[in-house]
Structure formats: C-alpha cells, structure tokens
Design a protein around this ligand. Structure first.
Ligand SMILES: [Fe+2]
Length: 245
C-alpha cells in the first residue's frame, strides 16, 4: 500500500504543473487538496458554548464569553490559517523541513488548544456533583472521590500563575485513570482520552480573580458537568474494550 508521504511525493514529482514554489497559496492548494481532501483543509468551525454563560457559579459571563470568543475562537482561526499554509507548502521544494516544521509546531499548538478548549467548555455548566460509572471508577482507583479531587486540585494549584491544563484521563495504553499535568496545549499522555479538562492559563481566571487561582479552581469544581464526564468515561471504556478485542 502506498503511504501518504509517498503519495505526496508522487504528486510533487508528477509534472511541471505541480511546481509550487512560484504559485500563490490559493493556486498551490488546489491540486493537493483534490488529492488529499481531508488534510489541511483549514475549515474548522467554532462551536458555541454548550451552556448559558450567565449561569455559571463564580465564573462571570464576561470572563467565559471572552475566553470563548478570544482564546478559543482565536485558536480555531489560527489553526485554519496554519493548515492552509501547510497545504500551500507541502510540496514546495524551496521550503526546507526545518522551516516547514515551524508550521508543524503551530499545527500541534493550535490543534491542542482547539481540542482542549472544546473539552473544557463541554465539561462546564453542571452542578459539580459527581455520579455515574465514573464515580465508581474514581473510588476504585483513588480510594475515595475526595482523594481524587485533592490530587486534581493539587496539580491545578501547581500551575497557578503560569499556564497549562490538568486532564483527568483514561489512558488507553495502560487502561488506568490518571490526572495528567500539562504545561501547554501540546502536552498530553500519548494515548489518553480526556474526561475532564481544566484550563489553568491565566486568561481562564484573571479577569475575575486576579492572581487568586485557588478561588478559580473552587469555582471550576462547582460547575463541572459530571454527566458529560460520565458520558466521556463510558465511551472511552468502550473504545478501550475495542482496542483490546
Ligand atoms: Fe483557555
């Protein structure tokens, strides 16, 4: 079977009409995107907030709307720009790999930001009361929900004043539940399914709490949508079972 890289190289070597270095970005995208239509399309769309932003407890409407409109929406737009630039340069022989990889790094940063923000907003808007199968799994792994929450909060507190995420995750390689620390949008366990994402970038709380990150963590926990976390857990367990079949 021909690999995607081989296919791309074949396309790149296919004829004079596919010499990209002197073409505009729009011209260069056309034949490649026809050949690989599902890569670098730059067509990501911003998803609306899945809850009423006026009804969170301890997180203001102004803050959550700014976070959604500026940080998340900005990441979606940036990812689209990066994907279109990658499409334009993929077969440009005048662009060396080390220059191309500046865009590949941006691809990873922006993709991580988009995915994690969608998970973050998706796991807010609840009453903060855990339940369901995920609750039983937490108790089995940590001994009690309080032990789990203590560790989750401790990892979050360690990121105060900086940036990053704390991701309660089902590791699809080991089958274990863990609270993973992430310094930025690119950090994550390689095979994890994030069940609960906590944004610890200062833009998540500074407007409401200044540098008092602990108060933001308290507010976040009061608004966790555990029904959504449980749905993610049940789906992830099915995925784990399928991978091990
Ligand atoms: Fe954020």
């Amino acid at each position: 079977m021909i690999s995607r890289r081989e296919a791309i190289e074949t396309i790149a070597l296919g004829g004079a009409s596919l010499t990209f270095s002197n073409l505009t970005e729009a011209q260069a995208q056309t034949p490649l995107q026809a050949a690989i239509p599902n890569v670098f399309a730059g067509q990501h769309k911003t998803k609306p907030l899945p809850f009423d932003p006026a009804k969170l407890k301890g997180i203001s409407e102004k803050l959550i709307k700014s976070h959604h409109e500026n940080n998340y929406n900005g990441a979606v737009g940036a990812l689209n720009v990066v994907e279109k630039r990658l499409a334009a340069l993929i077969a440009d022989k005048e662009t060396p790999g080390y220059v191309y990889d500046d865009l590949k790094r941006e691809e990873l940063v922006r993709t991580g930001s988009v995915v994690l923000h969608e998970l973050y907003f998706g796991n807010l808007g609840g009453d903060g009361k855990p339940g369901g199968e995920v609750m039983a799994a937490i108790k089995a792994a940590w001994g009690s929900f309080e032990q789990w929450e203590s560790e989750y909060r401790k990892a979050a507190a360690g990121l105060a004043g900086g940036s990053g995420w704390v991701n309660f995750t089902l590791n699809l390689h080991t089958g274990e539940l863990h609270n993973y620390w992430a310094w930025d949008h690119m950090h994550n366990v390689p095979t994890g399914v994030t069940l609960l994402a906590l944004d610890m970038y200062e833009h998540s709380y500074h407007m409401d709490y200044g540098s008092a990150a602990a108060k933001y963590i308290d507010a976040f926990m009061q608004n966790v949508n555990w029904e959504e976390v449980n749905r993610r857990y049940v789906r992830a367990q099915k995925a784990l079972a399928a991978l091990r079949a």
